[in-house]
Design a protein around this ligand. Sequence first.
Ligand code: URA
Length: 212
Amino acid sequence: MRIHVAEHPLIAHKLTALRDRNTDSPTFRRLSDELVTLLAYEATRDVRVSPLEVQTPVSPARGVRLAAPKPLVVPILRAGLGMLDGMVRLLPTAEVGFLGMVRDEGTLVASTYATRLPDDISDRQCYVLDPMLATGGTLIAAIRLLAARGARDVTAICLLAAPEGIAKLDQELAGHPIPVTVVTAAVDDHLNEHGYIVPGLGDAGDRLYGVV
Ligand code: URA
């Protein structure tokens, strides 16, 4: 498992505003959207392309285009939905699948309540959107599911990660058959006893959508 912490002043600026408890939901949604687009730029460094020649007004030019099969973007419901627009802005031709996962706030164990993926994801590059890599349980379950269906590789985009979640991913995915990369804006200090990232930004779903 590879972890990439995207260091950039604009990323740090937007993340700081997201952390601020006084940031309201509309601003939180706009900032996370912008932040995801910046993280997506880093996360798609290895997206597959194939050669393409075009004609400029002056001469032929060699370039590239996104290769088939199309990348698959998979937001994890609910909070990952707040990252979808920012991601597909950069990869408009990607297909989108959905995973509904919820963690039991007592045991912190993740369970899947909805799966909506294309029938065939074999050889696809998959981009999983999950804002908070906390205990790692949800992300591990999502990666295993995508790998079992034949994904070529999985890149997770997380706004924030906790050291405990990264260690768990490393341990659980050691020797895992497909490459896994996590791209995040920051690795925070620790998880508290309720499984929240400290200092973190609170409950990402609640801050995006209001407490439900
Ligand atoms: N999920 C969240 O929304 N926030 C955390 O800090 C941890 C998990």
